[in-house]
Design a protein around this ligand. Structure first.
Ligand SMILES: Nc1ncnc2c1ncn2[C@@H]1O[C@H](COP(=O)(O)OP(=O)(O)O)[C@@H](O)[C@H]1O
Ligand SMILES: [Mg+2]
Length: 263
């Protein structure tokens, strides 16, 4: 089944067109890496698919419904810096909120059923041991994993992640990328992951979309990550290179890490 389809979609802020003329579709179970420089419209597109931003023209469907009507099927994890001030809650409570908000209630006491699902979700992301610790006191990688657990607890059909690896140090980045790989393997969820650094996610994505205020390229990683395509967005120094059948994308603001790779 088609998970997301866009036909001639323009996304606007008042009368300013932020993203223009999008056409693409992804099938259920696929993982789309949404790539583009700062200001390209990645967050705008994710928020539109999530049903939060409604000022768009064209036809946009999520599992055959408008984004608004598909809200129950979608979990959206915003870019983490917008959550750093999150209230003094324990990790387990943050995760439980993912179940409670979906039902449209807010409880000061988290129902036991939500807590037990939250424990399961924390265990899935490998964080059983931090359940009772304050969210604000966790490391960046742990916080991002808690947010993933929170997004998974409602069993979404579509998971939208905005720059899940940005603002993390390299080891935390690897830790979160590993959890994303586990989600990909073990959950039958369709994912769209916005990123400006595609390299740590290359194994996870089977589709890549490059945008820069409009669609530049969409297809398999091999189809999209070609020199002439990425140079058109990132300039003449950008390159796509292949090392041992693995693709890397050098876009100027991102450095190539080959540490740990066998020559
Ligand atoms: N709330 C807003 N009102 C007006 N313009 C916005 C708003 N949010 C983003 N924009 C503009 O839309 C464009 C795309 O932004 P964004 O989706 O945040 O890009 P990205 O996530 O790829 O960095 C930018 O030009 C940005 O300035
Ligand atoms: Mg963004």
């Amino acid at each position: 089944m088609e998970a997301v389809s866009a036909e001639n979609v323009d996304i606007l802020y008042e009368s300013y067109t932020a993203v223009e003329g999008l056409n693409f579709r992804i099938e259920e179970g696929e993982t789309l890496l949404l790539l583009g420089p700062n200001g390209a419209g990645k967050t705008t597109l994710l928020r539109t698919i999530a049903g939060f931003h409604r000022n768009y023209h064209g036809k946009l469907l999520v599992f055959g419904k408008t984004p608004e009507d598909a809200r129950e099927l979608i979990s959206y994890v915003p870019q983490s810096h917008s959550l750093n001030g999150l209230v003094p809650l324990k990790a387990i409570e943050v995760v439980s909120m993912g179940a409670i908000y979906k039902k449209g209630f807010f409880h000061f006491r988290v129902p036991e059923e939500a807590l037990s699902r939250a424990r399961e979700a924390l265990s899935f992301v490998g964080l059983d041991d931090v359940a009772e610790r304050l969210f604000s006191e966790l490391s960046g990688g742990q916080r991002q994993r808690v947010l993933l657990a929170r997004a998974l607890i409602s069993n979404p059909k579509l998971l939208l992640l905005d720059e899940p690896l940005s603002a993390l140090d390299p080891s935390a980045r690897a830790e979160v990328a590993a959890v994303l790989g586990k989600i990909k393997r073990e959950k039958s969820v369709t994912m769209i992951i916005a990123t400006h650094d595609i390299n740590p996610l290359m194994e996870i994505g089977n589709r890549v979309m490059l945008i820069n205020r409009k669609l530049i390229a969409f297809g398999t990683p091999e189809e999209v990550l070609r020199d002439e395509v990425i140079k058109s967005v990132y300039g003449p120094l950008a390159r796509a290179i292949k090392v041992e059948s693995r693709l890397y994308c050098i876009t100027g603001d991102v450095h190539l890490h080959l540490k740990g790779e066998q020559p």
